[in-house]
Ligand binder design. Structure first.
Ligand SMILES: O=C(CO)COP(=O)(O)O
Length: 254
């Protein structure tokens, strides 16, 4: 089974109602490859999820940027997986490096969240990635393997998981990984899945790249054999997100 190209737009903690409406209008007007070529998922802040879901074109889908680790209840400020399911939100991003770094989410916590979200019927974009310090210490593969292991230990159904490799040093810095750097880590992650889950999971799980992806660098990254799409931050708020979606064509003609 071929891995369908996946483009996610992580809007992070950005936007006003007016800005959100404008982004949705731009997406709705765009000519993009069909759904059998590219899967597009945008992730607004929780508070705009309903607005985006109800106004976005039906061939694009929405994701939450986080959810609580277990069943909802007395957890002030949290949003549960059940609530997302209740609102028919199909996807959730978990383990983003901003949450790992700024809010102290551990590998185990992200693994538990992933397992719980999947158990409730959500599909998960699970983020992994090393810091600059870890890369410079030669620990990149060890770090992303440990992050993936904490998920793999708790998850058996990988059909609803997309792994996002997002090197922390490339996020929001304009310092994109080179195509060779991205390909190396994606290939190693796939080998890790092959050895630690199953050959089928390794062959079918999409591994997408995130970190300073833009309209100018997306095509060459998309040309790498183990890069199955992107998780886009800053550029997902701009019209160039359409160009990034269109980079799926690179795979089609490969
Ligand atoms: O964190 C990211 C997506 O989740 C990437 O952010 P930037 O595209 O702004 O570097």
């Amino acid at each position: 089974m071929a891995r369908k190209f996946f483009v996610g737009g992580n809007w992070k903690c950005n936007g006003t109602t007016e800005e959100v409406k404008k982004i949705v209008a731009t997406l709705n007007d765009a000519q993009v490859p069909p759904q059998d070529v590219v899967e597009v998922v945008v992730s607004p802040p929780f508070i705009f999820l309903s607005l985006v879901k109800s106004t976005l074109r039906p061939d694009f889908h929405v994701a939450a940027q986080n959810c609580w680790v277990k069943k909802g209840g007395a957890f002030t400020g949290e949003v549960s997986a059940e609530m997302l399911v209740n609102l028919s939100i199909p996807w959730v991003i978990l383990g983003h490096s901003e949450r790992r770094q700024l809010l102290g989410e551990s590998n185990e916590f992200v693994g538990e969240k992933t397992a719980y979200a999947l158990s409730q019927g959500l599909k998960v974009i699970a983020c992994v990635g090393e810091t600059l310090e870890q890369r410079e210490a030669g620990a990149t593969l060890e770090v992303v393997a440990a992050q993936t292991k904490a998920i793999a230990e708790r998850v058996s159904n990988w059909a609803d998981v997309v792994i996002a490799y997002e090197p922390v040093w490339a996020i929001g810095t304009g310092k994109v990984a080179t195509p060779a750097q991205a390909q190396e880590v994606h290939c190693e992650l796939r080998k890790w899945l092959h050895a630690n889950t199953s050959p089928e999971v390794a062959a079918t799980t999409r591994i997408i790249y995130g970190g300073s992806v833009n309209g100018g660098n997306c095509k060459v990254l998309a040309g790498q054999p183990d890069v199955d799409g992107f998780l886009v931050g800053g550029a997902s708020l701009k019209p160039e997100f359409i160009d990034i979606i269109k980079s799926a064509e690179v795979k089609k003609s490969a």
